[in-house]
Write a protein that binds this ligand. Structure first.
Ligand SMILES: NC(=O)c1ccc[n+]([C@@H]2O[C@H](COP(=O)([O-])OP(=O)(O)OC[C@H]3O[C@@H](n4cnc5c(N)ncnc54)[C@H](O)[C@@H]3O)[C@@H](O)[C@H]2O)c1
Ligand SMILES: O=C(O)C1=N[C@H](C(=O)O)CCC1
Length: 266
């Protein structure tokens, strides 16, 4: 029975359109509305590239969340609007499941406090692909034994944020088990700005953007005489959808914010 009522923000996007198809075939999730930048007042089924579904499209988030009886907001938009939608959804007692990446640490903290004060489940997951979550967990484990590590993330060239949410989350997980360390030669100098990538607690993160890519990451560890590379590839956005469905179901059981799908995986 379709028992969880869902609003999707960003329905015409690469992830949002995939999420609509997932909801259409789900036995539990029901699409009750969409939040888009255009097509306000139309039904989803009137939009050529979208599935044949009966759900109203809204352009105004406040109006959408006030008029629609929904359990969960799935946000797959941009860092700026993803944050605004998540905050507004919580204020309207709608539980957010957020795939949108690029939130600042202070925004995450503010949303955590709001979710807690409302007692509402919230899931913010930089990567919904189960393989990517395992890759991050394996990297955290490996970092205990290999403190020298660099992250290379590769995405399609339409991506707005760099480094990726997955790379940031990977570095944060590694930071939990690795003593703070600046890597490379203490006197190393970039003769071209950015050559060593971004730096999170001494972990260098390199972002590649190319057409044809979807979402890929390698975590490279090195120690004298050996290296270890942990790698994950998403070749299709369908790879994220079982994670989105799992998150929508699990967020109904939570009363606080969790950051990362690993928190709801057994
Ligand atoms: N967590 C994950 O597993 C995962 C996987 C892929 C992408 N992402 C993230 O999801 C987000 C979307 O990615 P994408 O590849 O689908 O991007 P996209 O550009 O294809 O889609 C974004 C959509 O959001 C819409 N949008 C922008 N502002 C809006 C607003 N104010 N109201 C409603 N809709 C609005 C755009 O019109 C667009 O259709 C990005 O932040 C990306 O990093 C996360
Ligand atoms: O396509 C994107 O954009 C993706 N973003 C996420 C990130 O920033 O880590 C996850 C994978 C795809």
């Amino acid at each position: 029975m379709k028992s969880i009522k869902v609003i999707v923000a960003g329905p015409r996007g690469k992830m949002g359109s995939e999420a609509l198809r997932m909801i259409e075939s789900s036995e539990t999730l029901e699409l009750v509305a969409c939040l888009d930048r255009k097509n306000g007042g139309k039904q989803v089924k009137e939009i050529e590239e979208l599935p044949n579904m009966d759900a109203m499209i809204y352009e105004d988030a406040e109006q959408c969340f006030s008029e629609i009886d929904a359990d969960v907001l799935v946000d797959l938009t941009t860092p700026e609007y993803g944050y605004k939608h998540t905050k507004l959804a919580l204020q309207h007692n709608i539980r957010p499941v957020v795939g949108t990446t690029g939130f600042k640490p202070e925004q995450l903290e503010e949303l955590r406090e709001l979710a807690e004060s409302k007692g509402l489940g919230t899931i913010i997951a930089p990567n919904f692909a189960v393989g990517a979550v395992l890759m991050m967990q394996f990297a955290k484990w490996a970092a205990k034994y290999f403190p020298d590590v660099e992250i290379i993330e590769k995405h399609h060239d339409q991506k707005l944020d760099a480094p990726s949410g997955t790379a940031v989350k990977t570095a944060e997980l590694i930071e939990e088990v690795r003593e703070s360390k600046q890597q490379g030669h203490p006197e190393e100098k970039e003769t071209m700005q950015g050559a060593r990538g971004a730096n999170h607690d001494g972990i260098h993160i390199h972002s590649v953007r190319l057409p044809g890519l979807v979402a890929h990451q390698e975590v490279m560890f090195g120690s004298p005489g050996q290296s270890l590379t942990i790698k994950h590839d998403s070749y299709h956005r369908g790879s994220f959808m079982s994670g989105v469905e799992m998150a929508v179901k699990e967020v109904m059981r939570l009363d606080t914010l969790v950051y990362g799908l690993e928190n709801i995986m057994e």
